[in-house]
Design a protein around this ligand. Structure first.
Ligand code: GLU
Length: 496
């Protein structure tokens, strides 16, 4: 296999899936791709990988565009700006993937699998019971031409799977690829499953769509998070099956919580929308992400750890990235954000408060809730303070319903969080989700809403709760509930 010629014009991409709020990890990988492209006069591409329809969230794509633009990570080609290799949204390219799966069927590197979901599930259960890693046992790999004919004639649904060697003339038993940060990585084929490439509904899986697109979009360098390393042997086998050149692979260290576990919303806000709506400055976030994992020389700007995106493009060295998981330390991000706030001129600072805390749209929506509820204009502040604060701490006599213990209440608040995480952020959807939960757990509507009102507003009296939560936004509302639960857990453990 030849590697990508060094003369090829550099083309890199990020390929987020629109499955919810845009993630800080997407911004981190986006930043690295952006820097890599700008350092090499290359192109930075945004591709939307939306083929997993079960996890698709319709508002997510626009949030990805908005938050990456807000950070200043502008792309040269993408669904909204176009470009010569479009469409850049995978759901608009299904015909391309189908045709490519056909190519692999024809050249014998893929095969049709007629196993039903029930059959696969039963094999999986047996393997798990026998403490074996769940793998497709290859049942359909060697169907006779007659069997195949019979299944096709009966219109039996099928998926298309990759035939991982040994197969036909290809008797190799492992795949090796080069990771630009780690050197050579080898995977024994014993550990590589016959991956589904095309599902029975005609939609591709991530693996097929990703490889076909990276090839057709002439991506020279795949710069992505290290969680994809285990997919890379499948991808390399696919490049080989098509007879294509492999791109260079760079797997970046995963961002970590303070306890070194993979960054998660349980321990850190991960939504870019949260950071935007909570008053972080994009320059601070970009600077903070640029500090993750090294890459920037330590002596830049007298070792202050403060630098701009343009300075990163000028000085960042990919070879200096450290593989130990960089810690996403919120305290440090807050400190950095404070530094950036102090760099603003008094007028710019005032404008930031005016637009980001007291923006016209936000105030207009809140004021629409207040007109029927106050007698003097200044009472506006009394009832709406929670919309403009970062920290709200309800006391136990505010949030604890008479009929429930502290433990029951915190369990219920945890349940509220879980259903709200999975809910569309509209009045109707919120109402339905909360009422269903209340019925299921035998909490009255009044107790249910009072608890949430206390958590969100810090008080027993607030403007209408659900309307307020819609205006306050999903990311910040969920964060408020998580912080409430964290604090209560901390208080409970101190009592023990
Ligand atoms: N769609 C994948 C994601 O959500 C892309 C991974 C890759 O860059 O290959 O991150």
């Amino acid at each position: 296999m030849t590697s990508t010629s060094t003369e090829a014009p550099i083309r890199v991409r990020i390929a987020p899936s629109p499955t919810g709020d845009p993630h800080v990890g997407t911004a981190y990988i986006g930043l690295l791709n952006y820097i890599y492209a700008r350092q090499r006069s290359g192109k930075f591409i945004l591709r939307i990988e939306d083929t997993d329809r079960t996890r698709f969230v319709s508002t997510s794509e626009q949030m990805i565009f908005d938050s990456l633009r807000w950070l200043g990570l502008n792309w040269d080609e993408g669904p909204d700006v176009g470009g010569p290799f479009g469409p850049y949204r995978q759901s608009e390219r299904t015909e391309i993937y189908r045709k490519h799966a056909e190519i692999l069927l024809t050249n014998g590197t893929a095969y049709r699998c007629f196993c039903t979901p029930e059959e696969l599930e039963s094999v999986r259960k047996q393997q798990i019971a026998a403490k074996l890693p769940p793998r497709y046992p290859g049942t359909c790999r060697h169907l006779s031409p007659e069997q195949l004919e019979r299944y096709l004639a009966a219109n039996k649904p099928y998926t298309i799977r990759l035939a991982v060697p040994p197969q036909g003339n290809d008797l190799t038993s492992s795949t090796t690829f080069r990771d630009e940060l780690r050197g050579e990585i080898t995977f024994e084929h014993n550990n590589v499953d016959d991956q589904v490439l095309l599902k029975s509904d005609g939609f591709p899986t991530y693996h097929l769509a990703n490889v076909v697109d990276d090839h057709l979009m002439q991506i020279t360098d795949v710069i992505r998070a290290e969680e994809w390393i285990s997919s890379t042997p499948k991808h390399v086998l696919l490049y080989k099956a098509f007879g294509w050149q492999v791109p260079r692979f760079w797997h970046m260290p995963l961002l970590r919580n303070l306890d070194k576990s993979k960054i998660s919303k349980r321990k850190n806000p991960v939504s870019l929308i949260y950071y935007r709506d909570s008053g972080y400055l994009p320059e601070a976030i970009i600077n903070f992400l640029g500090l993750m994992g090294g890459g920037m020389p330590a002596d830049i700007n007298s070792g202050t750890e403060q630098f701009t995106l343009a300075e990163m493009v000028e000085h960042f060295v990919f070879a200096n990235i450290r593989l130990g998981g960089p810690v996403f330390d919120l305290t440090k991000l807050k400190w950095l954000n404070g530094e950036y706030l102090r760099k603003l001129s008094p007028e710019d600072f005032f404008q930031a408060i005016r637009t980001r805390v007291f923006g016209d749209d936000y105030l207009r929506q809140i004021s629409a809730l207040m007109q029927t509820r106050i007698e003097t204009l200044t009472q506006f502040g009394d009832l709406t303070g929670f919309f403009f604060s970062d920290h709200v701490v309800p006391t136990a006599d505010t949030f604890l319903p008479k009929k429930h213990t502290l433990e029951e209440t915190l369990t219920f608040a945890q349940d509220q969080l879980a259903v709200l995480e999975a809910t569309d952020w509209t009045h109707e959807a919120l109402e339905r989700a909360l009422k269903n939960l209340g019925e299921e757990k035998s909490w009255s509507v009044k107790e249910n809403f009072m608890l949430l009102r206390a958590i969100i507003s810090g008080s027993t009296a607030s403007p209408p709760l659900l309307e307020s939560m819609v205006i306050f936004g999903k990311a910040r509302s969920l964060d408020r509930i998580r912080r409430f639960l964290d604090l209560q857990k901390k208080l409970a453990s101190q009592k023990k």
